[in-house]
Design a protein around this ligand. Sequence first.
Ligand SMILES: NC(=O)c1ccc[n+]([C@@H]2O[C@H](COP(=O)([O-])OP(=O)(O)OC[C@H]3O[C@@H](n4cnc5c(N)ncnc54)[C@H](O)[C@@H]3O)[C@@H](O)[C@H]2O)c1
Length: 266
Amino acid sequence: MKLASKVAVITGAALGYKAGGPSIGSAIAFLFAKQGAQVVVLDINKEMGQRTADRITASGGDALFIHTDVSSSEQIQQAVKKIHDHYGQLQCLVNCAATYQGDIFHTVVDTPEEDWLTVFDVNLHGYYRMAKYCIPLMNASGGGSIINISSIAARQVVPGFAVYHVTKAAINGLTRVLAVDHAPLIRTNAICPGFVKIANSEKDRNPEELDQWYANIMKSYPAKRLCTVDDVAETALFLASDASSYMNGQCLTLDSGRCIMDAHEY
Ligand SMILES: NC(=O)c1ccc[n+]([C@@H]2O[C@H](COP(=O)([O-])OP(=O)(O)OC[C@H]3O[C@@H](n4cnc5c(N)ncnc54)[C@H](O)[C@@H]3O)[C@@H](O)[C@H]2O)c1
């Protein structure tokens, strides 16, 4: 048990749509619970968030769902108070919640200002608020580990998805700031996955379309397979556990080598 007697809060930890398909946050919650952590599932999705906590409990783990919108400072402060009242301690924060709502598949010029700000409020400021209000409890608990789920989008740009890329780059900056300011009690690292196979991105594609779509994506990854939610969860477990006790301020790329590959033909 790598996380025995630790309490971990994971944002965006609800199972994905279509009867609870895979999501990165829920995979982390399941694995952490299996490794002995008491897991706090935090999400804006009430039904799936509760279902995630119920499944963990049904399989013998310890989980609590707290319905929270990470764009609300008040709701986050209430959630941290609940964690304090329920467990009295907190050793791990995983920031994973993200929204893709709004008219955001655009350049800086074409993204409506209100949609830009909404995405910032969840995808970046949600991480900031969680860190701000969890760190005092983590310090009082003897310290721990913060893990920010970032993306290769922090360093490689898909044209016409401006706001997402800027938030992910800023998350890597936030990771380094937290790492320096809150050591030695708290270590902060980020995971930057490439494309991860999750239920929410399947949308209404039929199985044939999905196979074709996935096969095309796989081609650009040296592993020639997609990153799974379990690949991300195992990396998060490493960062949450004492096995990574000397690692701080790092943004780990999880893409099987795609970003370092030179795709030019010579
Ligand atoms: N899926 C990928 O290919 C991929 C690749 C790299 C990084 N990521 C990152 O992984 C993380 C998980 O996202 P995902 O892509 O797996 O999508 P997802 O939709 O499965 O997960 C996002 C979760 O955040 C929750 N959420 C949204 N707004 C919220 C709010 N205001 N308050 C609380 N919870 C909220 C959603 O309900 C959902 O459960 C994100 O940070 C994303 O940027 C995803």
